[in-house]
Design a binder for this molecule. Structure first.
Ligand code: FMN
Length: 171
């Protein structure tokens, strides 16, 4: 199973990147799984994405390569940030029908429905199939760059387990 993790955050202290790395760590222990990680902070990317064709094309190649995709998002104005939207818009054309999962960092407990924007984009645009479980965490779940909340750690375990189980069947 080939899994692509795309982290959309541009923040140097990104918490969704930490969540993505925790998922990567867990998936790497699963038999027959190859995980590729795209940290969008390292890409030449702005909302004016046509100017960053080279990097966006690289992401598109990884999307094509992958059996399934995990998106890391930070909530911005109850939605996805502009960098992730640019990646979705430009690079996800070959994501059609693939399984996807969402891990999300937010400032507040009440923004959890913001992930629905990502769901809508993936399902309406590419008929992707979502793992019906999201990892959602606020700053309270972290101590520095470590996840310390037992609840979130348990969710990361369950998310990775289920993503692997279903992903393998669909791959
Ligand atoms: C421009 C901007 C808008 C934000 N909007 C929201 C919001 O609507 N709801 C919320 O819970 N947090 C909001 N936040 C807080 C972020 O979701 C939070 O900092 C989260 O950790 C971002 O993910 P990241 O650390 O991976 O970048 C916002 C942050 C920024 C910078």
């Amino acid at each position: 199973m080939k899994t692509l993790i795309i982290s959309g955050s541009q923040s140097p202290e990104s918490r969704s990147v930490i969540l993505c790395k925790e998922v990567q760590k867990r998936l790497k222990t699963k038999k027959g799984t190859i995980v590729r990680f795209i940290d969008s902070r390292k890409l030449n990317i702005t909302p004016f994405y046509h100017k960053q064709k080279a990097d966006m094309d690289k992401v598109a190649k990884s999307v094509k390569w992958a059996d399934n995709i995990i998106f890391g998002m930070g909530v911005h104005c109850y939605s996805v940030n502009s960098a992730l939207k640019a990646i979705l818009d430009y690079s996800c054309g070959d994501a059609t029908g693939k399984l996807f999962g969402i891990v999300c960092a937010a400032g507040g407990d009440r923004s959890y429905l913001s992930t629905m924007h990502l769901t809508q984009i993936c399902m309406n645009e590419w008929r992707m199939i979502q793992l019906p479980r999201i990892v959602y965490a606020t700053g309270k779940a972290f101590d520095g760059n470590k996840v310390t909340s037992k609840d979130v750690l348990d969710r990361l375990d369950t998310f990775a387990e289920e993503f692997y189980r279903i992903g393998k069947k669909l791959a």
